[in-house]
Design a protein around this ligand. Structure first.
Ligand code: UDH
Ligand code: NGS
Length: 287
């Protein structure tokens, strides 16, 4: 089975383009944290097309969006995320495909490299207009928080429950961010050098700004999220080198990132399933 992605030329000639802001948005809601299984989700969301593709039924979407989820051993979070995201994105008329990028084995987690892998692997299916980099445990609560990309990279996850729905610090660029394809290429993606927890998101913001792009945000009421509570993962200890790395972020930008990740990963498995395209990769973590 194959799936059809929207493309620019069909959109330009189409009179039935989806409105930028759909009328049936409902605003702020509580998240749904009920226990759910994969087969229950498949049964509930019959609109999903192979590979985890969801698209508006009654209008032509403005952009094709890939949501890239870095992943290891967080099955229950992934199911809760999809349980919330699918209805949310349906209301927003988003043409979206979910990619779960799983780091294989026990090597230290590398969130930045997984986003680069996700971008390159997603591109093998379609040149998506917009790439949203999405943690597995962060649930959007307000559907006015539109999952689209624009003229500037967007920081979506502004107000988290764990910080009383306030911004943690003014340069915070973590949790969920969105960049046009062209912007992700321009900043040379994420750094691959942050092995373990912390600062890879700060590095991405340095890259954005060094290319004269401005990060934008919605207000705290709109960009509100719950982070599902969990213990610290094994294999993702705080990275003691992160502060030093961050100092050289702008200097490394063009020589290390999206353009160098290919040498450092191998796809072990690729499964286009109903809810997502699942890609398991081994990383050598040498940058
Ligand atoms: N992730 C996994 N599995 C892991 C590690 C990370 O799936 O083993 C993914 C997941 O998408 C997660 C994201 O990477 O949402 C970010 O990981 P994280 O460890 O930063 O997650 P979070 O911020 O927890 O939720 C941080 C633990 C507390 C750190 C406190 C430091 N003072
Ligand atoms: C900062 C980290 C970021 C991280 C943010 C939120 O201190 O990578 O905390 O953390 N920067 C550095 O360590 C330099 S969180 O709420 O996920 O625990 O995203």
């Amino acid at each position: 089975k194959t799936t059809e992605y929207s493309n620019k030329t069909s959109r330009e000639t189409d009179k039935n383009v989806c409105p930028e802001k759909p009328k049936d948005l409902i605003g702020l809601r509580l998240g749904n944290y009920s226990h759910v299984t994969k087969s229950e989700l498949i049964e509930e969301f019959t609109q999903m097309e192979p590979g985890g593709h969801l698209r508006p039924q009654n209008c032509t979407p403005g952009q094709s969006v890939a949501i890239i989820i870095p992943y290891r051993n967080r099955n229950s979070h992934l199911l809760v995320l999809l349980h919330n995201l699918i209805p949310f994105l349906t209301r927003q008329n988003v043409d979206v495909t979910f990619f779960v990028i799983e780091q294989a084995g026990n090597s230290t987690f590398n969130r930045g490299a997984l986003f680069n892998v996700g971008f390159l692997e997603a591109e093998k299916f379609h040149r998506f207009d917009c790439y949203i980099l999405h943690d597995v445990d962060i649930i959007p609560l307000n559907d006015h928080n539109l999952y689209r990309c624009g003229g500037n990279p967007r920081h979506f996850a502004v107000a988290l429950n764990k910080y009383n729905y306030n911004l943690l610090y003014s340069n915070y660029f973590g949790g969920v961010v969105g960049l046009l394809r062209s912007q992700y290429l321009q900043v040379n993606g994420n750094s691959n050098l942050y092995i373990g927890w912390g600062a890879e998101d700060d590095d991405l913001l340095v890259r954005v700004r060094a290319k004269n792009l401005t990060m934008v945000r919605y207000d705290v009421m709109t960009a509100r999220y719950d982070m599902i509570k969990h213990e610290r993962d094994k294999g993702n200890a705080e990275n003691p080198l992160r502060f030093a790395l961050l100092k050289s972020a702008a200097r490394r930008q063009d020589v290390e990132g999206l353009n160098t990740v290919t040498k450092h990963y191998q796809v072990l498995d690729m499964k286009p399933e109903t809810l997502y395209t699942w890609i398991t990769v081994s990383l050598d973590n040498r940058g």
